[in-house]
Design a protein around this ligand. Structure first.
Ligand code: 8YV
Length: 324
């Protein structure tokens, strides 16, 4: 099996080494250009890692591939139709990262609303010379209206924090309605545009797919309006990034809290790195010691089970495969 991008803790690595020949490519930055990796691919039965687009062209080389274990919940890096065609199991890591990622959403919501990063930078630069006055004030988060786009596991965890921690009104937009969530959070399902109109804060948790690509465009930001804060912890691809930059520059929306971007790492010359009303994090949604370990642990289990021919704990495409 091949481990790529994400180094595994020694005991997790040992679990793989007890069962398989393990090739470690975690130090390689650009896998698609790496001759050793390309040479090893045809021999691989399993892949485990994250943060690399494994397209058809690349995987066509992996003739013996049986399973991919992604150390992520999002599976937009994989061509699912192709994996199904080839009967390759794809596994991911839901649940174990839900609470941590919901915490990250609140880190961004609070930082953007209270201008945490901008004002902390003022202190660091030695520019705190008098008590903060109105031009530096933020806006409240508690008791405001939060619009969650995508009411999956992470959306629900954000909703619970909002409702029970901050006394917020929670509205949501999702392909399907969740009546149990509506009851628990007293949440209302709204059409996309209506949700944007009624939100003080919009938080995005939808997976990236053809249906969600660039769903936040100029029109969406205009609908949110000048008081609204936009928070994205899903994927940069759901946003038309130039339109977002313009909306932040022109005051079409108030501020944004962003953990994900169209191109990652975010290029240093992106205007987003310089705008005071944009809080930009380096895709740390799940990046705590505890959660990243739990994700890797689950991913290793997924891979072992898949390669042993068993149903893995968290398969993504099991039902679409012959054995499903
Ligand atoms: C991953 C994420 O670590 O799980 C996801 O979908 O976005 C993160 O938790 C991802 O692999 C980061 O590239």
């Amino acid at each position: 099996v091949i481990v790529y991008k994400r180094p595994l803790a020694p005991d997790l690595m040992a679990q793989l080494e007890q069962r398989f020949t393990v090739l470690d490519f975690t130090c390689v930055t650009d896998l698609t250009e790496d001759a050793d990796f390309l040479e090893a691919l045809p021999r691989a039965h399993g892949l485990i890692g994250a943060s690399v687009k494994l397209d058809r062209e690349l995987l066509a080389r992996a003739e013996r591939l049986e399973a991919i274990s992604s150390i992520s919940v999002g599976v937009d890096n994989y061509d699912i139709a192709y994996l199904n065609e080839r009967d390759i199991v794809l596994c991911h890591t839901p649940d174990v990262l839900t609470e941590t990622t919901a915490d990250t959403a609140f880190l961004l919501i609070l930082s953007a609303a209270r201008r945490g990063v901008e004002l902390a930078n003022m202190v660091r630069k030695g520019e705190w010379t008098e008590s903060v006055k109105e031009p530096q004030f933020g806006v409240d988060v508690h008791h405001k209206t939060l619009g969650i786009v995508g009411m999956g596991r992470i959306g629900q965890a954000i909703g619970r924090r909002a409702k029970f921690g901050f006394g917020m009104t929670v509205n949501y937009h999702n392909r399907s309605r969740h009546e149990i969530v509506e009851q628990e959070l007293d949440a209302t399902w709204l059409e996309f545009e209506t949700l944007l109109e009624r939100s003080d804060i919009v938080c995005v948790t939808v997976p990236l797919s053809d249906a969600t690509r660039k769903m936040f465009d100029q029109k969406a930001f205009e609908t949110m309006g000048a008081e609204c804060i936009f928070v994205n912890i899903s994927r940069g691809g759901v946003v038309d990034e130039p339109a977002l930059i313009e909306a932040l520059q022109n005051g079409t929306i108030r501020a944004a809290g962003l953990d994900v971007f169209e191109t990652e790492p975010l290029p240093a010359d992106s205007p987003l790195t310089r705008l005071d009303n944009a809080v930009t994090l380096p895709h740390i949604g799940s990046a705590t010691h505890e959660t990243r370990f739990a994700m890797a642990e689950l991913a290793v289990q997924n891979l072992i089970q898949s390669l042993q021919g068993d149903r893995p704990q968290a398969p993504y495409n099991w039902d679409a495969l012959d054995r499903g």
